[in-house]
Design a protein around this ligand. Sequence first.
Ligand code: C2E
Ligand code: CA
Ligand code: CA
Length: 740
Amino acid sequence: MAKSGFLSKIGGVHARVGAASNLMPISQDSVRERLELLDNFEELKLGWFWATDAKGRLIYLSHSAIETLGQSADEIIGKSLPDLFVPDKDSDPGKAERPLPFLLSARHSFADMPARVALPQQDEEIWWSISGKPQIGSDGTFLGYRGSAKDITFSRERERDTARLAQYDGLTGLANRNHMEKRLTATLIAYKAAKRSCALMLLDLDRFKAVNDTLGHPAGDEVLKQVAQRLQKVIGSDCEIGRIGGDEFQILLPDIDDRGQLGDIATRLIQMIAQPYSVNGNRAIIGASVGIAIAPYDGLDAEDLVSSADLALYSSKSGGRGQFRFYSSELKEGARLRKQIEEDLRDAIPQDQLEMHYQPLIQAGSNIVKGFEALMRWNNPESGWISPGIFIPIAEETSVITELGEWALRRACRDAAEWPGDLTVAVNVSAVQFANEDFVQVVKNVLESSGLDPARLELEITESVFMADPHATKRMFARLKKLGIRLALDDFGTGYSSLSYLSQAPFDKLKIDQSFVRGATENGSNNAAIIDAVVSLANALGMITVAEGVEAKDELDLVVNRGATLIQGYVFAKALPHNEVLQRLEEGRLEYDIVGPARHRSERKTVFRRVGVIHEDHRYEAVLRNLSSSGAMIEGILNVPKETDLVLDLGEGQLVVAKVRRSKEATQGLEFETTLVSDGADGLCTRHRISPYALAAAGMPLQALPTGYYPLVGNDGDHGPKSRPQFLEVTTSKSAWNTD
Ligand code: C2E
Ligand code: CA
Ligand code: CA
């Protein structure tokens, strides 16, 4: 109902009632005058009256109400009241209100019952609110009902809109955060009682900010809408999808706990989202990272499950994005460590725990040092030396990086100023520092206070700086170049490696990431060809190249032959403390010897992990020698015959049914009954785990799966008679079978 119509009606009442009251007061005793008032009320459709006889048949309905129904009085009179309304089919049993027919037959009074009017045109919706009171004669007999009704269509629509707004995200039409929270909480409570499982996926878009920054917010909105549509395409209708933040989505998948199936779904989601988007004639490309947690295994209530899925998402993002990850208790331990490091880092500068070490950059061919890269070292009083590969990313998340980065720059320039000649110093700069407007001023101050020639300072930045606002980035490049310093693009080839970055920014040097050097000498590797291409590209753009992480003589030969300008790697030297570097320089030893091995040896991945092996009622300890998706080699139990059925306990509730296929002394080759699936990282996991419900039924408290092994699995349980162990356990030490 239009607002203007509604208001004009109110206005009309005022006019008429007002006019009447100006004429003379209506006497409370005058039946005629009061009837006239009621007539007015009915005519203006402010409300209607109705009455039924003892049999429930309508004997009266206001004329204007009959008009609304689109029928004649003859058709209406004699019907039962509920016939005028659409039966309330979806009234759920939990609803407080009783349906109208029930109230009438029980002869109850009722007030403000909403009911949808039955209309010949089904798409139109009119709602009335009805009230009624049974009429009892002086002798106590039931005479029928009298009541009133009014139109509530407008306020109902408004209520419904408000409710929708409160539950759904206006942009994508998906459930909003609030609604998802309620849904998840309610589902988990119900599922706990019913011993059902439910998976939760958190999905976060990668590089979405870049779309907003380069194409504008309306384009970003359009991409989000398309993302929502793609999600709906992959995810079945029995699952709920919500947008819970700018570019963060949540998916609730009831009754799935198969990690193989969930991994497949996550992979499909990631692939779908990575397809290009077309927005107003522009192409946008984004990615997605997914974290998965499953109730009851990884959390019983909403809070725990969400925090588990969060940890898994965090791990998939830091694992390189565009990946999925299952929650595991290791992640929780990792998060604890991260927090510890975060706290300890605050003391690192004030307590003088940081140092800068310097690794030489050597000229290809002559083996003469041309400069050094400054690498930060942290001596933590409790844990000893912590790798910058671990603490720098944490510092970047907590913005401590600004302080660390400034300290590194200051120290490196001060040290380099003591070096003879024109040796350069390369300092790593985090994207967080780079995005800070003050950064240029910091560099300028440091140069002034150290007295270092700007031409000798080089800043190493990674492609991640291009994720920020492109205009600000461009301005930053220009301002830095104006100081007279040099710029290097670090880790080239590991990021998004858009060639357009190279032409956008004034780089002097390109550092080829060590992942291309590693294995470049192996047969069938494309890496040598990639190095070739990168070197010629850099030459064409007037940049010099550094091959990073060169460890062996064969790798050195390869990168030198492919034309790399400079070499950095253990083949010449690791990063050394400043006093050692200075001493060498003062002795004039600028040429470096090749100290690396002749050939690069690929690391063999050996597994050394304790596992449980269950045979009949007995549990043995063994060591896992290797593991593939279809089988494993274990060591530690003597002379287990071929074809023996065993259960391997991989910990964390992961049991694998296996058959012994090969057996020699204390070593057995096992074949799994069901293959393992990817855990999203490099590892493997079982599709299913022991359900916490089953553990609870066996006497453990109901909780998410704890770490390690469970005493109830295997011989430590006290259920039923125990057979005697049939095999002899032997202790294996790592050295005992270290054959290589
Ligand atoms: P990066 O900038 O790529 O630095 C090169 C890393 O490779 C260094 O690790 C270096 O020790 C290592 N490396 C050099 N040659 C070889 C080799 O032949 N084989 C192998 N396997 N590794 C080699 P490091 O010192 O652990 O630093 C790790 C990362 O931490 C650096 O990677 C850089 O991204 C970051 N980082 C270190 N210092 C700083 C700093 O002062 N500021 C910032 N923002 N980041 C820093
Ligand atoms: Ca670097
Ligand atoms: Ca690097």
